[in-house]
Design a protein around this ligand. Sequence first.
Ligand SMILES: C[S@@+](CC[C@H](N)C(=O)[O-])C[C@H]1O[C@@H](n2cnc3c(N)ncnc32)[C@H](O)[C@@H]1O
Length: 262
Amino acid sequence: MNPTRRRLPGLAKKDGFLSHPFDDANGVRTSGLVAGRNLKTGHAHDRHATAYYGVAPSVFHALASRWRKTLPAASIEQTTFVDIGAGMGRAVLLAAELPFRQVVGVELHPALVRIARRNLAVWRTAGRTRSPARIAACDAVEFAFPPGPCVAFLFNPFGAVVMRRWLRAMMRAFATRPGELDILYVNNEQEGEFELLRSAQQRRRKRTAAGSTDAQLVRLFLGPIKRSRADREADKRILANQPDGEYASAPHEDCSIWRWMA
Ligand SMILES: C[S@@+](CC[C@H](N)C(=O)[O-])C[C@H]1O[C@@H](n2cnc3c(N)ncnc32)[C@H](O)[C@@H]1O
C-alpha cells in the first residue's frame, strides 16, 4: 500500500475509533480523533497543529445562528464561508446546507483533504448543498481569501505561533476591506492572540491622528456554547474510548465571534 494512504493513527478500531451518530445518519466519514503529532505533512506548521476532531453539529448550528443575529454587513447569500483547518469537512458539510455564496474548507493534511472531498461528493449526490463548496489543500496562512464578505470558521486548528501568523495575514489581506471579515472561533484556546492584536491596534489608533478610520478587530461575543444532549453523549462516548485518555469532552465549547470593522 502507498504509505501516504495508510489510515491515520486514531482512525482504526484498534486505536479506540468509534463513529459519531452524524456519520451513521448521513453516510459520511467525519469521525475519529487524530492527535496533532500524527498529522505530519512535511510543512513547517505541522508541529503547531492541535488535532483532528469534527465539530459538534449542535455547536456549529448554535454559533452560526448567534453570528447571524450580530447583523453581519452582508447577507448570507453574499458571504463566503471559509473553514480554516477543515479536516474531514464536517463543518463544511454543515455550512454547505446554508445559502452561502460559496463554502471553502482549507486543510493541510492530504489524507484529510481526500476524505473531505469524498464527503462533499456524498453531500452533493444527496442534494444537500445549497451553496457551491470545495476543499482547498493548503496551509491556512497561505490561503488567499476570495473577494467580497467572508466569514472564517476555526475549530481550534493550531497553536499560538500559527494563530499569530494567520491573524497577521488576515489583517494584511483585509486592510482595505473593513467589514468584510467575521471570525467564528470554537474552543478558543488562542483567544489571547486576538486580544493582543486588538490591544496593539488600539494603541496604534491612539497614537495616530484623532478620527483615524483604520479598521480594527472588535469582539462581538465571548462565552460557552452548549452541546446538545445527543452531541454531549456522543463526544463523551468517543473520547472516553481513546486508549490514552488524552482528550476530555466538556458539555460546552468556549467560543468567540470577532468582526474586522472601521
Ligand atoms: C479540530 S480540527 C477541525 C475540523 C473541522 N474544522 C470541523 O470543525 O469539523 C482542526 C484541523 O485543522 C487542520 N490544520 C492544522 N493546522 C493547519 C494549517 N496550518 N493549515 C491548514 N489546516 C490546518 C488539522 O489538520 C485538522 O484537520
